[in-house]
Design a protein around this ligand. Structure first.
Ligand code: GLU
Length: 583
């Protein structure tokens, strides 16, 4: 056991040895001993663990866990660092969802920090003058796509419920890094190079680009004193500092003064924002209880529908990622996505037939459409009880390089899964207070009506755009935490998470191996297999069954923690820059 630990420490020791690099400098600070870090086979640790999308964020979280902080404390510290070091993905200018498990009471709560549309939003806001939907980037870049940020309010609410350390403490690592600087990672550098619109925002241009307009290369030390000042204000006064006063005024000025698509956000929109504690959606999967985020995210219901339909198939009998297994998962997913597209939107505006969609009898009847020998093609939505909403046209932009997920389990066995986002890469490209503003409103349907009926997910003042983010918790039959998981990836998130759940629960893969297993999914638009992996070998067999097969890139960013009798197992997605660490 000891030797195994030592072996797993090696990569991190090497990282710490390289601590001359400022972005890793934090790994030597304040440690009681080197943590156990994920390498090729994942991390294992007996006490507590965090898996996050960047080593510095994970390190900040671990620091809080080591000080006796709760899972929520660790998540907040990590998220503040992510705002700085993974600016393309998430941050305080965006929103997110958190699922939390409290070990002492067994309670599972979900927190909704999704952005809201300002009062100026309207159903036709993403149509052009001719009444046609705008192209994705034509709508996303600039002011009108910016939703009222919700992340800090959500984190504050979760901290009031479950925080152990003082709120200002949680901001210390991010403030220190923003002031001292962090190194641009290779992934961020590549995105800055490929990015076409970020240079149009003067503050972003000065921060991310050189005088000649070329991207600052990997390894450049970036300092962000403006963000440090913003974080200090939030550390001192709480979320109110984001929603009132100078930071709020700067957000509104950026949105309204944007060169492209100036938006209509006002201070009153920011002042009005509230995070919401919602009932999580939970359902059985074999001997486990799986809980996810309910509407306005489609993540929880859709994942549970897929798993619910798969209950009648013995997936464990098939080899992982074999043609038979991919066929069944893909078929169940197509059926679930047909329902998702039709019925799920903000529950404060639309009556989502959640209980009908998750009803065991309904799922059994849907699953009867799955036959092992033949693919069913494009599926139509079913007729769950209490359905009301209209159909949304299956037209969604393909994205998936942004957004972030982190999972934490603390010493007391509390666990959380949090996915947060500024929507697409670098969000709206607007910057205020040292952070990027989201473009989350482009997650609304661009067309407000389809075949004469209103679309459930159309834009409206105060409404939250439908999400696919799927922070997920799994409990065992003893009521204890088994897994915390999630991923970025747009609507593919649901497929990435479902694959990983099945890989760990049915195929008994370790957390890291489950994450590494090639991705396969179906969004009712064909069967998608991860390019350059062994899944390409099953493409022929799937086509022979009638699947429309497409190959997809390596875009997931799964971070998970599996609680086993032998301790915690962490996994971080090698497709991005994440790491799982614990001790
Ligand atoms: N905005 C997306 C959502 O909320 C996430 C985008 C992504 O993962 O790239 O579902």
């Amino acid at each position: 056991m000891r030797r195994m630990f030592r072996r797993r420490l090696m990569p991190f020791r090497r990282l710490c040895a390289l601590a001359l690099l400022p972005w890793l400098a934090a790994c030597v600070a304040e440690q009681t001993g080197p943590p156990i870090v994920s390498g090729a086979s994942g991390a294992r640790a007996p006490n507590h663990m965090i898996a996050a999308a960047h080593p510095l964020a994970a390190e900040a979280g671990l620091k809080m866990l080591r000080r006796g902080g709760s899972a929520v404390d660790a998540a907040i510290a990590a998220q503040m660092v992510l705002t700085l070091v993974e600016p393309q993905s998430s941050g305080i200018g965006g929103g997110g969802f958190m699922l939390h498990f409290e070990a002492a009471s067994g309670a599972i709560e979900s927190y909704d920090g999704r952005e809201t549309a300002p009062a100026s939003a309207h159903p036709r806001m993403f149509l052009d003058a001719a009444g046609k939907p705008k192209g994705f980037h034509a709508a996303a870049v600039g002011g009108s796509s910016v939703g009222v940020p919700g992340l800090v309010r959500m984190l504050e609410m979760a901290h009031q419920d479950h925080g152990k350390l003082a709120w200002p403490t949680l901001f210390e690592p991010a403030i220190a890094l923003a002031e001292a600087g962090f190194e641009i990672s290779p992934r961020l550098a590549g995105m800055l190079t490929r990015e076409r619109h970020l240079r149009e925002t003067p503050a972003a241009r000065a921060y991310f680009y050189r005088a000649d307009g070329s991207a600052k290369p990997a390894g450049t030390v970036l300092r962000n004193p403006e963000l440090a000042a913003t974080l200090r204000a939030i550390a001192k006064s709480g979320a109110i500092a984001m929603h009132h006063g100078p930071i709020a005024r700067e957000i509104v000025a950026m949105v309204r003064g944007a060169a492209r698509n100036p938006g209509g956000m006002r201070l009153a929109d920011l002042a009005r924002y509230r995070a919401v504690k919602r009932k999580p959606v939970c359902g059985p999967y074999r001997k486990w209880l799986v809980c996810g985020m309910g509407p306005p995210s489609s993540g929880g219901i859709t994942t549970l529908q897929i798993l619910g339909m798969l209950q009648r198939f013995d997936l464990a009998a098939y080899p992982p990622a074999s043609a038979d297994a991919v066929h069944l998962v893909s078929e169940a997913s197509a059926l679930a996505f047909a329902d998702r597209n039709a019925y799920i939107a903000d529950p404060d505006f639309i009556e989502v037939p959640a209980s009908g969609l998750l009803n065991a009898g309904y799922l059994r009847s849907r699953a009867r459409q799955i036959v092992p020998a033949k693919a069913g093609g494009r599926r139509k939505p079913g007729t769950p009880e209490r359905r009301k909403a209209a159909h949304r046209p299956p037209q969604e932009a393909d994205k998936g390089h942004s957004t972030t997920h982190l999972s934490v389990v603390d010493r007391d066995g509390n666990a959380l899964a949090m996915t947060s986002s500024i929507e697409t890469v670098f969000g709206s490209r607007l910057m205020a207070g040292g952070f990027l503003l989201n473009n989350q409103l482009t997650d609304f349907a661009f067309r407000p009506r389809h075949l004469g009926v209103p679309v459930a997910n159309h834009a409206a003042p105060g409404k939250r755009p439908r999400s696919s983010m799927s922070p997920t918790l799994v409990l065992g039959d003893d009521g204890k935490i088994v897994m915390a998981l999630g991923s970025p990836g747009g609507s593919r998130i649901i497929g990435y998470v479902t694959k990983t759940l099945i890989a760990a629960l049915d195929w008994k893969l370790s957390m890291q191996d489950a994450i590494d297993l090639p991705n396969f999914l179906n969004r009712n638009r064909g069967t998608e297999l991860e390019k350059g992996t062994r899944l390409e070998a099953v493409a022929g067999a799937l086509k022979a069954r009638g699947h429309r097969v497409k190959l997809i890139g390596r875009q997931s960013g799964l971070q998970g923690i599996l609680a086993t009798p032998g301790g915690l197992q962490g996994g971080a997605d090698s497709r991005r820059e994440g790491v799982a660490i614990g001790d």
